[in-house]
Design a protein around this ligand. Sequence first.
Ligand SMILES: Nc1ncnc2c1ncn2[C@@H]1O[C@H](COP(=O)(O)OP(=O)(O)OP(=O)(O)O)[C@@H](O)[C@H]1O
Ligand SMILES: [Mg+2]
Length: 280
Amino acid sequence: MSDTLLRASVYVGKGGVGKTTSTAHLGVSAVQDHDLDVLLIDLAGTQNDLAASFGLLDEVADPDAPISAIFGDDWDFIQENIPNVVERMIFKTDEGVDLIPSDVGLSGADNNLASVNLEDRYKILDEFLTEEIAPRYDLVLMDLPGNENNIVLNGLFASERTIVPLKPGEFERNQLSNLENDLEEFELDTNGEVSPVVSMVLPTMVDSVSNQSSEFVEYLSEEYPDRTSTPIKDTQNIGNLQGEGKTLFAAADDELYGTGKEARTAYREATTKLLERLRQ
Ligand SMILES: Nc1ncnc2c1ncn2[C@@H]1O[C@H](COP(=O)(O)OP(=O)(O)OP(=O)(O)O)[C@@H](O)[C@H]1O
Ligand SMILES: [Mg+2]
């Protein structure tokens, strides 16, 4: 294990573009293909989609150590008095990555953060990663909610690097410039404390026949040539496997369609590219 923790957030201010799917697949590939110790943190609300992706919904339903606790006033006390509190936050998946699920306390934690002084408000997660996660893992990927709140700002501050999944669609071309505007605004709103950069753009749910898809991929590759990863094919395998609590990496070759195999390869390539960029 290396002593520097690589960090990235999956973020874009838009729902249903493949944020959670990408977090899961990038994480598993980093374990299986790059032999890293990887932690995924779900900060994206209370649905626990990431836990569902690994078939852990029941296990995480009532965590004895929720991630939201780190944002509360009692955290120091909890840390000192509850043995192994960080280990108890972490769940093991069948695919090699570890997971900290989201919990119902996150919206309350967001509200509480509003009353924390500006000096400290965005730095709580960063401190937690440095103190507790860096000694244990090589890479942390955070699945952030698609809005602007104090939890998002903590994620962006703690990682600085963002991975941006985008799917083809009529209005989607603007998403990336909207995102860059949002990121600039975060920087202004926080007096330069939070200054995230886009590390990788990931075209998702791309089908090989529609013009919309190919124009979209072309546009991204022209606008963001170094940062656009191999497009992830639209494939029924992803949704079906999510229903079984698995990623593409847990499926045998003969269980996958051609599109599923292509999507799996593309996620592998994206992971290699991401790690290169995070190590720069
Ligand atoms: N490459 C793909 N091909 C087909 N379906 C996909 C693909 N990637 C994701 N999906 C499906 O698209 C839906 C949205 O994906 P996902 O949940 O990852 O997006 P999200 O951005 O995390 O959404 P939310 O904003 O709700 O958190 C899911 O039903 C998922 O199964
Ligand atoms: Mg999601």
